[in-house]
Structure formats: structure tokens, C-alpha cells
Design a binder for this molecule. Structure first.
Ligand SMILES: [Zn+2]
Length: 474
């Protein structure tokens, strides 16, 4: 080593250490002394990056669905929901066929209602006509808020209940705006959400074209209400991976993604992984076929959201994915973990989802800190936060409380949520530069004034954080 370098290297190392320690200390002091409410207020005010793992139709508080469904009646969409079982189909109903007869609070359209016999019509009520008790039951039926509710309630009941509303483009546009407003209020600037533009219907039940659906979303994004949130939005098309026609469906989704590149930045694959009909390598041939036809389309794919150790994450990287949704069982695959350390692939971490869907029994089992602290790129995201009744601040709160995040780790998580987004380079660089500025200003304001710097912040809390961590703002 040259003499000058011999002096500079230790000096430089010292100055980085000093700077890091100085930066950390104020946050370490704050964590050690803050009440839960103070920590939550701090994290609510915290500038945030993006939410890269978000299912738009799962990101909706049930009250928002209610309001959007009622509002769309002005456009002619009328919905009914099942409020009682009158044994109209006493024997031979198919409870496992997708829309079981015994499922309460399933929502149907006016066209589906008209096709029912008189007995079954008596089991349903128009949403507008529910009494207070029925409305409370309807709102509860979309949340995982009871100890006996978990994975099966989520996958096999809630999605079937709400499915018909998801075909209404005006409900989709409204819940998009509600999400932008709520996320914007907690300091988030980018939403990469899973929502398509096909399968829509008009009020009379006839199909809506993808062009019409895309135009409704574009109009929502261009509205003053959307612009006021400061949130940039892009979409992913999501494939339900275990159906018999999933390959053909993926071909359709690639065509849609390519056609509307102003809206869509990637494709995802969803559906419970313990249904082995959707195993990752099933899609290798069709993806190789599609890569012959289309310029690059980004892939972020759910993988490792499963109890058993398996090679789904490695197989999913072979499919061409650059982001992995959940990655809970990556911890069981040492070779894949080594490959992902300091690598180009990011794991989208969904702490609350993994607990409520029972992929971990407690946070003591969660592999997130192992990934974070061994150099596997990670970011926090919300998944189906409507059903969890939570928000992005809750994810940060859980991470800080359960894993003692340092300030530098919080910074890294926020940066990753933009750095690994599928945004175009210019927009990404702009959001990253803006994030760095906002974080620097936030830290400076707090170090100067303490929590008084955020006196105007009015945190919002929902059911999850209030029930599990006793942080309840009105
Ligand atoms: Zn997901």
C-alpha cells in the first residue's frame, strides 16, 4: 500500500464509522424512549418509497368497498348480498366449486339476482337495504380479524364474496383513488399494484373492452384528486397460476401488458402455492415462447409463500423473475440464498400477510432480518392490506418493533422499494432523488425539534395495529 493510502484508508473508515454512529444514535435514543404512539406517529410521518407488492382489489378496506359499490348505483350497477340461508338448495349444493351455496355475504350483480328462483331471491338483499346488523356483518366478512380466520377464509371465502364487484371498472377506479389518498397521507410516493383491464362489465352486464377499461383508469389517474396525492401509479397484470388454462391466460396477459405499456410495467403470478398445479416450472415453455414475441416484460412472481421447503424460488428466478413475492421459504434453500446475496433480485416482504395467513406462527420465525442483514435485497410491502385492515406504516412499525431496525436499515428499505421498481429509468431516478431529499429533511427536522417537528401529523390506524400492538388512533 502507498504511504498516503495507508493514512487515508483508516481515516476514511473512521469517518464513515463516526458518521454512521452519529446518524444512528438519535434514532436509537428515540426508539429506547418513545411510547408506542410516539413511534407510530414518527413512522406515519416518515417519508416512504413505494409499495411494490400490492393487490389493488385486496388493498381495500371493506368500508371503501361499501361506499364504492353504493356510489356505482348511480351508474346503474346494483349489487345484492346473501344475508340468510333458507335451505333453497337443501341437498347437492357444490360447496367446493367456487361459489358455495352456504357462503354468506357473497355479492352478486342484478343480472345474477334476476336469474335466481323466488326462494333464493329471498336469501339476498340489495346492499342499500341491509339493516345495521347485516351491514356490520358484511363489512366484517371481508376482514381477517378473528382468531379462527386465516388462509382458508382468505383464499376460499373472501375472494369469492367480492369477486363480482371486481368486474366494475368504476369501483376499481374509486378504490385506486382511495388507496392513492391513504398511501399519500402516510408519505408513500409510488404504487405498483396488481390490477388488469380485462374482464370488466358494463352496468347491463355486457362486456367492457380493454380499451374502455384502460381509459377509465387513465381518467382516474389524470384527475385532480389523483394528482393531489403525489402518488405515481403503475400496474402489473396478475395470472392465477393453477387453473387448467393458465398458459393461454398468460398469453393474453402478455398481449395486454404490451398493448398498454403506459399503464403496465410487468406481469405477476398469484394463487396459493400449496396448490401444486401452479408450480413454477410449468410456465417455463410458455415464457420462452412469449420472449420470442415481446420486447422485455418485467416479471415479479409470488414464490416461497408456502410451508414446505422447496425450490420454487430458484425455479421462479429461472422463469425470468427479477423480484420474488414473499420468499418466506428462501431461508430453507442455502444455495439460492447465497446466489441472492448482494444480487439483482429483490424479495418483497409482507410481514402482516405472512402472520395472518399463518406462514409464520410468530415473528420469531420470520426470515426477514436474516435476508436484510446478509445483503439480500428486500423491501416492505402490504400485499392485501384491506383484508388485514392495515397500511404501510404498520409494516414499518412491525419491522421496527420486532426486528429493531436501525435508521440506515429504514433508509435502505425505502430506497429498495423504488430502486427495484419496474419504473422507467428517468422516473425512478427522480423519485429516488426526491426520496433522499425528503429523508434528509425529515431526519434533520426530527433531530432539531424532536416529535414537535410532526405536530401537524395526524396518524390514522386501522384494526391490525390496534388489535395486535395496542396502537389505536381514532
Ligand atoms: Zn401477494
Amino acid at each position: 500500500m502507498k504511504p498516503l493510502l495507508r493514512i487515508l484508508v483508516p481515516l476514511c473508515a473512521l469517518c464513515i464509522t463516526l458518521r454512521a454512529e452519529a446518524l444512528e444514535k438519535w434514532f436509537e435514543d428515540f426508539k429506547a424512549t418513545a411510547t408506542p404512539q410516539q413511534l407510530y406517529t414518527f413512522l406515519y410521518a416518515l417519508p416512504k418509497g413505494g409499495d411494490l407488492h400490492n393487490h389493488l382489489t385486496g388493498a381495500v378496506r371493506s368500508e371503501w368497498y361499501w361506499d364504492a359499490a353504493i356510489a356505482s348505483s348511480q351508474r346503474g350497477y346494483i349489487y345484492y348480498t346473501k344475508v340468510k340461508i333458507a335451505n333453497c338448495v337443501p341437498f347437492g349444493s357444490n360447496e367446493y366449486g367456487g361459489a358455495g351455496y352456504l357462503l354468506l355475504f357473497r355479492i352478486i350483480s342484478q343480472q345474477q339476482y334476476a336469474a335466481l328462483d323466488t326462494c333464493q331471491k329471498g336469501e339476498y338483499k340489495r346492499l342499500q337495504d341491509l339493516d345495521a346488523k347485516e351491514k356490520a356483518g358484511f363489512l366484517e366478512s371481508m376482514r381477517l380479524d378473528e382468531s379462527w380466520e386465516g388462509r382458508d377464509e382468505f383464499f376460499q371465502a373472501i375472494w369469492i364474496r367480492i369477486n363480482e364487484m371486481l368486474r366494475n371498472p368504476y369501483i376499481i377506479a374509486e378504490i385506486l383513488l382511495k388507496n392513492m389518498e391513504a398511501f399519500g397521507a402516510e408519505g408513500m410516493v409510488y404504487l405498483e399494484t396488481q390490477q388488469g383491464v380485462d374482464g370488466g362489465v358494463k352496468a347491463d352486464g355486457t362486456p367492457l373492452s380493454t380499451d374502455e377499461f384502460a381509459d377509465i383508469l387513465r381518467a382516474a389517474l389524470a384527475s385532480p384528486r389523483a394528482r393531489a396525492t403525489g402518488v405515481t401509479v403503475r400496474f402489473q397484470n396478475a395470472l392465477l397460476r393453477f387453473t387448467p388454462v393458465a398458459e393461454d391466460r398468460l398469453r393474453e396477459l402478455y398481449a395486454v401488458t404490451d398493448r398498454y405499456r403506459d399503464l403496465f410495467v410487468g406481469v405477476n403470478m398469484v394463487g396459493r402455492e400449496d396448490n401444486d398445479k401452479g408450480y413454477p416450472l410449468r410456465f417455463l415453455p410458455v415464457l420462452r415462447e412469449l420472449r420470442h414475441q415481446y420486447p422485455e416484460i418485467n416479471l415479479s412472481i409470488h414464490a416461497g409463500e408456502v410451508d414446505e421447503p422447496n425450490e420454487h424460488i430458484k425455479d421462479t428466478l429461472l422463469l425470468g423473475a427479477t423480484r420474488i413475492g414473499h420468499g418466506v421459504n428462501l431461508i430453507t434453500q442455502p444455495d439460492t440464498m447465497l446466489m441472492m446475496r448482494n444480487g439483482p433480485y429483490m424479495v418483497e416482504i409482507n410481514l402482516i400477510s405472512n402472520l395472518l395467513l399463518e406462514y409464520v406462527q410468530s415473528y420469531k420465525q420470520h426470515p426477514f432480518p436474516e435476508y436484510l442483514r446478509t445483503g439480500i435485497p428486500v423491501a416492505l410491502s402490504t400485499d392485501d392490506r384491506g383484508m388485514w385492515d392495515s397500511d404501510l406504516t404498520d409494516e414499518f412499525y412491525v419491522a421496527v418493533k420486532e426486528f429493531n431496525l436501525s435508521w440506515d436499515e429504514i433508509l435502505l428499505l425505502g430506497r429498495n422499494s423504488l430502486q427495484y421498481s419496474f419504473l422507467d429509468t428517468d422516473t425512478k431516478q427522480k423519485l429516488l432523488a426526491d426520496y433522499d431529499r425528503r429523508m434528509a429533511a425529515f431526519a434533520a427536522a426530527f433531530r432539531k425539534q424532536g416529535l414537535a417537528a410532526f405536530a401537524a401529523t395526524r396518524p390514522v390506524t386501522y384494526g391490525f395495529i390496534c388489535k395486535h400492538y395496542k396502537v389505536c388512533f381514532p
